[in-house]
Design a protein. Structure first.
Length: 256
């Protein structure tokens, strides 16, 4: 979808025999809709700074118009995907969660409708009792065992023996464990590099992990010495400098 500067979020409903609008809306509904719009705009990637997005409240239904979105390429790509309800699982998971909440609310209330539209009011997305927005990739989870490398930032707990592992990319994972497994560990691993062997469920579409469980700790390898490796490469290059590129083929042919 071609990026634009504005995106119009609208909520239609009928409460106490009156259409919902700026002059007639329950406080809780207004707060939830404002929260949903904020989460949808931000997404998981944080490619939008909420402080730079301006919101206008329009007449009619409950309408919030966000502007300053021209550079939000990921947002507009997701809006384009949402024109096909079957592609909900392909968009940012935080935005997908908002749409799933809207779909659940609309199924419970035939008067409830959510729309995303351009500045002229042309709808891109419509979520109501008849739409079918659902994540069709939820069945694409498989059980895996993996090794994770990072730094342990927290261990144990009174009721749950969790391990908090900060990955090299900065993401922090919460990994379930047992008091016995952590209690039997002799080394102090807190705030130190660690390799964890875990079991989990992995999404085949995006690689996301869920239901992580610790199987054990692995010894960390010796420190990588890039300079020493570079020196070995240099020496090897010099040694093989006079060897022709086709030496292996020559050897195999018996002509060498």
């Amino acid at each position: 979808m071609q990026p634009a500067n504005t995106l119009r979020f609208a909520l239609n409903d009928r409460i106490q025999d009156a259409e919902v609008g700026p002059a007639h809306v329950p406080l809780a509904l207004l707060g939830q809709f404002q929260k949903d719009v904020g989460e949808f705009l931000a997404g998981s990637g944080k490619d939008i700074d909420p402080n730079q997005v301006m919101i206008a409240i329009a007449e009619g239904s409950l309408v919030l118009i966000a502007s300053g979105l021209l550079a939000a390429a990921h947002l507009w790509a997701d809006v384009g995907q949402l024109q096909n309800p079957a592609q909900l699982g392909l968009i940012d998971p935080r935005r997908a969660a908002v749409v799933e909440r809207w779909q659940a609310a609309a199924r419970k209330n035939p008067h409830r409708r959510y729309t995303l539209a351009d500045q002229n009011g042309t709808n891109f997305v419509r979520v109501d009792a008849h739409s079918d927005y659902r994540d069709q990739t939820t069945a694409m989870w498989v059980e895996v065992k993996k090794y994770l490398h990072g730094q342990i930032t927290d261990l144990g707990g009174t009721s749950k023996a969790n391990v908090h592992l900060k990955l090299d990319n900065g993401k922090v994972l919460t990994i379930a464990s047992s008091h016995k497994l952590l209690g039997d560990e002799e080394r102090n691993r807190l705030y130190k590099p660690a390799i964890l062997r875990i079991s989990a469920e992995e999404n085949l579409h995006n690689g996301e992990l869920r239901n992580l469980t610790l199987l054990g700790f692995e010894d960390t390898p010796s420190t990588w010495d890039e300079a020493a490796f570079g020196e070995l490469v240099r020496k090897g290059t010099q040694t093989w400098a006079d060897v022709p590129d086709d030496w292996l083929e020559t050897l195999r042919s018996g002509q060498g």
